[in-house]
Design a protein around this ligand. Structure first.
Ligand code: C2E
Ligand code: MG
Ligand code: MG
Ligand code: MG
Length: 291
């Protein structure tokens, strides 16, 4: 019995030790990532990829969404889904977001055919009045026409501090910049949000696009498209991966499509070549370009 008790204690203790050191290493790990993230901007470890948005009406590329990438020297490419939440927590999102806005406007200013550029803006950036200045400066410094810039916000932006946020959105809209609601359908109280601010674009979340085997999701997708058009908003579908999805959206009256079916996010160097190939292919509307 003594032996059994000893064994249990020993195991319990070792389990406890393991647990504690596991927590410790996780906290250490997080702290290390945090320090790296604070240094990343200065070390030029961020870059932007651009994913094309294709217009259904004339089969041309109407714009690109800027998507940030972090090339960490040891970890390799870290996904924005992993580091943006951390950047938001430690306040680093303000500096990173400003860099994204400036870089995207600057790069887009040189694109031939004047496609628009969509920039994701974090809800945390909207907690500061500075977001309005960031947008104005990015436009001024790049010379990009405001009509070619669009910001993408999620519904969580509208959840807190609503009056200040609304005022900042109005100020940006007043510059002529488009405002799209990203991941539409996944947040809370979507419809009241549509009532409180005149978004220029509804970006339908990929969960509605990729669920074609679900009759309910398809019905919702069609309802969102109809609602968008009756409210005078353009609609864009994200995560379009197949021809079936693409055709269904076209039939439903969707304005624009974005997804792997059209092209994956590409480097800024590839855009010129891509646009040229698209113009050449526009004589054959069924020919899709894959990067
Ligand atoms: P998001 O704004 O909803 O962007 C769409 C995500 O879907 C991107 O992931 C894109 O690469 C991916 N995607 C595009 N086409 C397809 C497809 O056909 N199928 C599937 N399964 N996925 C597709 P990514 O680049 O990893 O970005 C993830 C999220 O990180 C973005 O979601 C956005 O919320 C955030 N993010 C990216 N760049 C920035 C940025 O510069 N600033 C901020 N604040 N957030 C950013
Ligand atoms: Mg987006
Ligand atoms: Mg989205
Ligand atoms: Mg999304």
């Amino acid at each position: 019995a003594d032996l059994a008790l000893y064994e249990a204690k020993r195991q319990g203790r070792s389990r406890y030790c393991f647990f504690e050191s596991h927590l410790e290493s996780r906290a250490f790990e997080r702290r290390a990532l945090e320090l790296d993230l604070r240094r990343a901007l200065g070390l030029r470890q961020f870059s932007l990829l651009y994913q094309p948005q294709k217009s259904f009406s004339d089969n041309t590329i109407s714009g690109f969404e800027a998507l940030i990438r972090w090339d960490h020297p040891a970890r390799g490419r870290v996904s924005p889904a992993d580091f943006i939440p951390l950047a938001e927590e430690i306040g680093e999102i303000h500096a990173i977001g400003e860099w994204v806005m400036r870089t995207a406007c600057q790069q887009a200013a040189s694109w031939e055919g004047d496609p628009s550029v969509a920039v994701n803006v974090s809800p945390i950036q909207f907690e500061s009045e500075n977001i309005v200045t960031v947008v104005r400066h990015a436009l001024d410094a790049s010379g990009l026409a405001p009509e070619r810039l669009e910001i993408e916000i999620t519904e969580s932006t509208l959840m807190s501090n609503t009056e200040d946020v609304m005022q900042r959105l109005w100020a940006i809209k007043a510059m002529g910049v488009g405002i799209a609601m990203d991941d539409f359908g996944t947040g809370y109280a979507s419809l009241s949000h549509l009532n409180s601010f005149p978004f220029s674009k509804l970006k339908i979340d990929k969960s509605f696009i990729q669920a074609e085997q679900s009759p309910r999701a398809r019905a919702l997708m069609k309802a969102i498209l109809a609602m968008g058009s009756s409210l005078g908003m353009t609609t864009i579908a994200e995560g379009v991966e197949t021809l079936d999805q693409y055709e269904e959206l076209c039939r439903g009256g969707c304005t624009t499509a974005q997804g792997y079916y059209i092209a994956k996010p590409m480097t800024p160097e590839t855009i010129e070549h891509f646009m040229r190939a698209c113009r050449a292919a526009s004589h054959h509307p069924n020919l899709m370009i894959q990067e």
